[in-house]
Design a protein around this ligand. Structure first.
Ligand code: SAH
Ligand code: SF4
Ligand code: F3S
Length: 484
């Protein structure tokens, strides 16, 4: 929907109706490298970018940084001096949104001290028409709003905002295209996220992501493989393949048959030392994928497998398309193929209609699946999703109490997941200095366990061997063994 505003410019606003649509045609494709000179609107200017969302949002932030730096912007941590402050937002739960609105209120002060400051909101929140409407009406000092489908238009949007001093709002709800060869400025020098697909067609009844991210679109494997080959040449040790449902990769290809398992096989063959993927949907996780994980040493033995609930009745109302039994059969097959595998999950408590006996099913499944960690959430109604209008009789207190009970299981599971490595020598990809302990380094093991150990900064970015000598619920400690 395009609405003519005042004299000079137009706003492109999102539409919930458009965001719901799906078509099955070929995805339009744009090559960013074919663009004319991007200009240098950022020369002499600084930017500060904050990211609120999932790994997909972080990957988008790497692209936003890449474009900004090509335009000449330099990064700063000082919000008083930044010429551009951008918030890359998440809409998945109300709490994430509230943080962003709170932050906008706080950042308003810098518009007074720096009248040229451009304050922008990007990402999933603006894709919700009520959010963009709220910003339009109640946050007049926000200069720039764009969504998840038009990051590649950032150079033009910034020119309008900075040179023409316009308030720029461009949020597209169209099905989305695939844009290749976008510049990226990565957050890490040893591990990288690589999008393999965008969007989601699952429409779990609680979830806003299919509306904020649009239709499922898989990248051409050629581009993915090229990107990973380049990363490997640049010294990257670990790649995490990203998608809202990576197991659906390739489902949208029109003329070829090429699945997620095919992609895993082809990428594993590139010999990048560590390969991970997230997020998996239990319903689409096939045996070919299990076989690929078992076959390749460089596919890490950790799968994040969101289950959401253990009650068949609730799973049905969530539109998850599997049952407790079929889920447990999947975890059994995974363990049979990769006996040491570590499984983690996401769980929502207090979904509308969830009774105590449903919750008990969740606790039971949590134990039976042998999870070693979980992100747990209280159901948050999201505008425009079916579950937001389901009758819900459980009180907030009851839901919080269920969350606390579940978290006791989860905390015990983290500890148990660590205890099995006590005294072992494990390989660790060193991330950087420990956030928790000065003089310590931190990194992750193949099973995605966090470990702290004393060591020299020169180890950062390398895979080293560490002997574990202390285990706690949320981390382990160890000593670096000299490499032989
Ligand atoms: N595509 C991924 C991640 C989606 S968002 C997946 O399918 O697992 C990450 C997690 O947020 C979800 O797994 C779910 O547990 C949680 N979540 C999503 N919508 C939510 C809502 N409305 N309320 C509470 N938690 C939610
Ligand atoms: Fe949301 Fe479900 Fe898609 Fe995950 S699979 S992004 S929970 S709709
Ligand atoms: Fe949030 Fe958007 Fe990711 S809603 S979870 S940032 S896809």
């Amino acid at each position: 929907m395009v609405i003519a505003m005042k004299k000079t410019h137009t706003y492109t606003l999102p539409s919930a109706k458009e965001a719901r649509k799906r078509f099955r045609g070929k995805t339009p494709y744009v090559d960013f490298a074919q663009r004319e000179n991007l200009g240098n609107i950022g020369r002499g200017r600084t930017y500060l970018l904050s990211t609120y969302g999932c790994q997909g949002n972080e990957a988008d932030s790497e692209t936003i940084r890449g474009i900004l730096e090509e335009l000449g912007f330099e990064s700063t941590d000082d919000e008083r001096r930044a010429d551009l402050i951008l918030l890359n937002t998440c809409a998945v739960r109300e709490s994430a949104e509230n943080r962003v609105f709170g932050e906008l209120g706080r950042l308003k002060q810098y518009k007074r001290t720096n009248p040229d400051l451009i304050l922008g909101v990007a990402g999933c929140m603006p894709q919700d028409e009520s959010v963009t409407d709220r910003i339009l009406k109640r946050y007049p000092y926000v200069d720039l709003v764009f969504g998840t489908h038009n990051i590649h238009r950032l150079p033009e949007l910034l020119e309008d905002a900075i040179l023409n001093k316009e308030r720029v709002i461009e949020v597209l709800s169209e099905e989305g295209r695939l844009v290749e060869n976008l510049p990226k400025r990565r957050f890490h020098s040893a591990k990288a996220y690589v999008n393999i697909m965008f969007g989601c067609d699952e429409f779990c009844t609680y979830c806003i992501v299919p509306y904020t991210r649009g239709r499922e679109r898989s990248r051409d494997p050629g581009y993915i493989i090229e990107e990973i080959r380049d990363l490997k040449e640049a010294g990257y040790q670990e790649v995490t393949l990203l998608g809202q449902n990576v197991n659906a990769y390739g489902r949208d290809f029109q003329t070829r048959k090429y699945s997620f398992a095919d992609l895993l096989e082809d990428i594993a063959a590139l010999k990048i030392p560590r390969l991970r993927f997230t997020t998996s949907h239990p319903n689409d996780f096939d045996d070919a994928t299990i076989a690929a994980i078992a076959r390749h040493e460089n596919i890490m033995p950790h799968v994040h497998l969101p289950v959401q609930s253990g009650s068949d009745r609730i799973l049905k109302r969530m539109n998850r398309k599997y049952t407790k039994e079929s889920f447990l059969s999947l975890t059994t097959r995974l363990r049979r193929a990769v006996p040491s595998i570590s499984l983690t999950t996401d769980i929502i408590v207090g979904f509308p209609g969830e009774r105590e006996e449903d919750f008990q099913e969740t606790l039971d499944l949590f134990e039976k699946a042998g999870f070693e960690g979980a992100f747990t959430f209280v159901f948050s109604p999201r505008r425009g999703t079916p579950a937001a209008s389901y009758a819900d009789e459980t009180s907030k207190e009851e839901k919080k109490e269920r969350l606390m009970r579940l978290n006791e299981y989860v905390n015990a599971a983290y500890l148990k997941g660590h205890e099995r490595f006590e005294g072992e020598d494990v390989s660790v990809l060193v991330d950087g200095p420990s956030k928790q302990d000065e003089g310590m380094l931190s990194g992750y093991t193949p099973h995605h366990k966090l470990i702290h150990f004393p060591g020299d900064a020169s180890l950062v970015g390398r895979i080293v061997t560490v002997r574990i000598n202390e285990v706690r619920s949320f981390f382990m400690k160890g000593e670096h063994l000299e490499d032989t």
